[in-house]
Design a protein around this ligand. Structure first.
Ligand SMILES: N[C@@H](CCC(=O)N[C@@H](CS)C(=O)NCC(=O)O)C(=O)O
Length: 222
């Protein structure tokens, strides 16, 4: 399989795809696409929503990270990132949806755009109302994630790392780029869990590449 990932590593959805590729021991080429401003008409031909990532596989294009990871799992079943069936398979999809809808859309993306993209790439100041709204949502979302981790098992679905964990790990990188932290006194399991994901070789490799990309603009690398 020849794999190309179109996108930027600053997107959590690109991250989840590239770490899934790495977890499966595959190689890929990256084509840099930064989805700011009006999308290029040529890019819209392979990504009708104008979003990254797009996975190119042997000349065909999948414009969504969950679809792309589903294909990888079917083509390269081991190591598995999707629980096989039953409750765990369904619960993982729910957690991926929750992470996208709550952690990404309501907390991380607003903070990342206001506190990282605007000052570093658009020379504008954060909108305090958007920042306040995201911070107001944060306890509810972190409480829910903490509740999913109280069993003391290492990953959201138990002992095995799944796509839900890669999703969470990718979203939290942007959250840290935004200068935010996880209060380990209030959310101890969540705080340990995110550190554990980021210590996986796939994430360590990704973080090296991000260091090259953003350098000390991110508090993660300052
Ligand atoms: N469900 C999509 C979400 C992708 C997504 O939202 N990507 C954002 C970057 S984080 C994007 O490309 N936004 C550009 C836009 O909406 O115009 C996936 O998982 O691939």
């Amino acid at each position: 399989m020849q794999l190309k990932v179109h996108g930027t590593l600053l997107s959590p959805w690109v991250r989840r795809l590239v770490v899934a590729i790495e977890e499966k021991g595959l190689d890929y080429e990256q084509v840099s696409i930064v989805p700011l401003g009006d999308p290029d008409p040529d890019f819209l031909k392979i990504s009708p929503l104008g979003k990254v990532p797009v996975l190119e596989v042997n000349g065909r294009f999948l414009p969504d990270s969950l679809a792309a990871c589903t294909l990888l799992e079917a083509e390269v079943p081991e190591p598995s990132l999707f629980p096989k069936a039953g409750w765990d398979a369904a619960w993982m999809l729910w957690l991926c949806d929750y992470l996208a809808t709550a952690l990404f859309s309501k907390v991380e993306a607003p903070l990342f755009i206001e506190q990282f993209i605007k000052p570093n790439f658009q020379q504008t100041d954060p909108d305090p109302e958007i920042v306040a709204a995201a911070k107001q949502m944060r306890p509810q979302v972190f409480d829910y994630l903490e509740s999913q981790l109280v069993s003391g098992r290492p990953y959201l679905l138990g002992d095995d790392c799944t796509l839900a964990d890669l999703t969470a790990g990718g979203i939290f990188i942007s959250y840290f780029h935004a200068g935010e932290i996880i209060d380990s006194a209030r959310w101890p399991n969540l705080s340990d869990y995110v550190a554990r994901i980021h210590m996986r070789p796939s994430f360590e490799h990704l973080l090296e590449k991000e260091r090259e990309l953003v350098g000390t603009r991110s508090p993660l690398f300052a």
